[in-house]
Ligand binder design. Structure first.
Ligand SMILES: Cc1cc2nc3c(=O)[nH]c(=O)nc-3n(C[C@H](O)[C@H](O)[C@H](O)COP(=O)(O)OP(=O)(O)OC[C@H]3O[C@@H](n4cnc5c(N)ncnc54)[C@H](O)[C@@H]3O)c2cc1C
Length: 407
C-alpha cells in the first residue's frame, strides 16, 4: 500500500470538521481538512449555541473571539405555551449563557483555528470519491476549483460532510433509529426587534416559532409547521410565516414594528443515527447523527463528536487501543448521551399538543423557578430529558405545586 501522506483527512470544515482537524493537529497529527465552500460563508442553519457548546468553545480557547464578534449573551429561555410561560436560566455549571453568532463569522473562526493549530486547510476543494483498497478507505480523490483531480491518502478519512455525507455513503455506514422529516421551518433576520438577552419560543397547535439576538443588532426569527403542510404553504412562505404569529398577538405586534433585513431560508431534515466508523473511516457531526433542529442541538453535538472521535482516533493511532474498540466507545458515548434528547426533539418537532402527562408536568413546573431553570437546562442540552422527567426529579416538583395550590 502506498505510504500515507496524512494521518487524517477531514472532509467538511464547519462545526464538526474544523474542530476535529484542530484537535487532531493539537495532538501533533498531520491533518488535511477540505471543504468545497470558501470561508467566510453562510449555510442553511440557525445558530443558537447552548451552554455545553459554549463550554467547548471556551476549552478550545475560541470563546473570546466569538464574543468579540458582537453577538450578545442569551441568559434566559422563555417557553410561551399560550396559557403560561416557563422562563428559566439554561446555565450549566461552567457557563451562564448561550450565544448565537452568525455562521458567516463563526465558521470562519473554526476554520482559522484548525489552520492555526497546524492542519492544512484547502477551501474550494470538492471531494469526488473516496479510495477503497482491500475493503478499507485509504484516501480520496478530489479537485480544487477549476483544478485537476488529485489523490490524497491518509490512515483515516473523517466524514464531517453533513447530512448528504459522501463519506457515509461510500462507506455504506449503517443507518438506524430513523425518522422521516417532521418539521418544515423558515428563518430570517430582523432589525428593530429587541429580545433583551432572552431566547423566546412560542408553542402553539401546529405552529412553533422562536426569536433570539445575533450579530449586527439583528434578531433571528425561525418558525415552522408540520412537513405535511410544507407543499401547500410553500406557495406563500412569508404570508404563512407571519400568519403563525397571530396566535401570539404581542409577538406579532413587535414583529410588525420591526424590519426584515434578509431573505427567508428554510428546510426540513431527516432524523437518523449512522454507525460512525469502519475500516479507515469515521463520521462526526450531521454526517453521523442528525435530528430535527427545533431543539438547536446540532452545533454542540458536532463539538462533542469532535472531542470524542479525536480521543478515540488518538488511542488508535498511538496503539493504546484497537481502532474498533476505541471507536465503538465513541459511538456508544454519543448514542447514550443523545438518545433521550433525540426522542424529546422529535416529540417537540411534531408541534402536537403535549400529551396529558407532559401538560401536568409543565403546569407543575410553571411558577417554580428552580423547576423552570431545570426545564431551560433540558432544552439547552445541559440536563438530559431522561433525568429531568424522572420520578425522582418530578416528585418534589409535583409536591411543591400541590403545596402552592393548597396555600
Ligand atoms: C434550519 C436549521 C436550523 C438549525 N439551527 C440550529 C441551531 O440553532 N443551533 C444548533 O446547534 N444547530 C442548528 N442546526 C443544526 C446545525 O446546523 C448542524 O448540526 C451543524 O451545522 C452540523 O455541522 P457539520 O459540520 O456536521 O455539517 P455541515 O454544517 O453541513 O458542514 C458540512 C460541510 O461539508 C462540506 N462538504 C460536503 N460534501 C463535500 C464534498 N464532497 N467535498 C468537499 N466538501 C464537502 C460542505 O461544503 C459543508 O461546509 C440547524 C440546522 C438547520 C437545517
Amino acid at each position: 500500500m502506498a505510504e500515507n501522506q496524512y494521518d487524517a483527512i477531514v472532509v467538511g470544515a464547519r462545526c464538526a470538521g474544523s474542530p476535529t482537524a484542530m484537535l487532531l493537529a493539537h495532538r501533533g497529527y498531520k491533518v488535511l481538512v477540505v471543504d468545497r465552500s470558501t470561508f467566510p460563508s453562510d449555510t442553511v442553519s440557525t445558530h443558537l449555541i447552548h451552554p455545553p457548546g459554549v463550554a467547548a468553545l471556551r476549552r478550545w480557547g475560541l470563546l473570546d473571539q466569538v464574543i468579540a464578534t458582537g453577538c450578545p449573551a442569551i441568559d434566559t429561555y422563555a417557553f410561551d405555551f399560550g396559557p403560561f410561560t416557563l422562563a428559566g436560566s439554561p446555565a450549566s455549571a461552567d457557563e451562564a449563557a448561550s450565544y448565537a453568532p452568525r455562521r458567516t463569522v463563526f465558521d470562519k473562526i473554526l476554520v482559522d483555528a484548525a489552520s492555526e493549530a497546524g492542519a492544512e486547510v484547502r477551501e474550494a476543494f470538492t471531494v469526488e470519491d473516496v479510495l477503497i483498497e482491500d475493503g478499507r478507505i485509504t484516501g480520496l480523490r478530489g479537485h480544487a476549483k477549476g483544478g485537476k483531480t488529485v489523490t490524497e491518502r491518509a490512515r483515516v478519512v473523517v466524514g464531517a460532510d453533513g447530512r448528504h455525507s459522501l463519506v457515509a455513503r461510500a462507506a455504506r455506514a449503517e443507518q438506524y433509529n430513523e425518522k422521516a422529516p417532521i418539521l418544515q421551518a423558515y428563518y430570517s433576520y430582523w432589525s428593530g426587534l429587541p429580545t433583551n438577552a432572552r431566547f423566546e419560543t412560542y408553542v402553539r397547535p401546529g405552529r412553533g416559532f422562536a426569536a433570539w439576538a445575533t450579530n449586527d443588532d439583528l434578531t433571528l426569527i425561525v418558525g415552522g409547521w408540520p412537513v405535511a403542510e410544507a407543499e401547500a404553504n410553500k406557495k406563500d412562505v412569508e404570508g404563512n410565516f407571519y400568519k403563525s404569529f397571530e396566535q401570539a398577538p404581542e409577538f406579532a405586534e413587535r414583529v410588525r414594528g420591526a424590519k426584515r433585513e434578509a431573505r427567508f431560508s428554510g428546510t426540513a431534515v431527516p432524523n437518523y443515527f449512522r454507525k460512525p466508523f469502519g475500516p479507515g473511516w469515521a463520521l462526526v457531526g450531521d454526517a453521523g447523527y442528525n435530528k430535527d433542529f427545533i431543539t438547536a442541538q446540532g452545533m454542540q453535538d458536532a463539538f462533542r463528536d469532535a472531542e470524542l472521535c479525536v480521543t478515540a482516533l488518538d488511542e488508535a493511532f498511538t496503539g493504546a487501543r484497537d481502532f474498533d474498540v476505541a471507536m465503538a466507545d465513541y459511538q456508544m458515548a454519543r448514542d447514550q448521551h443523545v438518545l433521550p434528547m433525540y426522542e424529546f426533539t422529535a416529540q417537540l418537532a411534531s408541534l402536537e399538543p403535549p400529551p396529558p402527562e407532559m401538560q401536568q408536568v409543565l403546569g407543575a413546573v410553571h411558577g417554580n423557578q428552580d423547576a423552570m431553570d431545570g426545564f431551560a437546562r433540558v432544552a439547552a442540552g445541559v440536563t438530559s430529558p431522561a433525568e429531568f422527567f424522572s420520578q425522582e426529579n418530578l416528585g418534589p416538583i409535583f409536591a411543591a405545586a400541590a403545596t402552592a395550590a393548597a396555600s
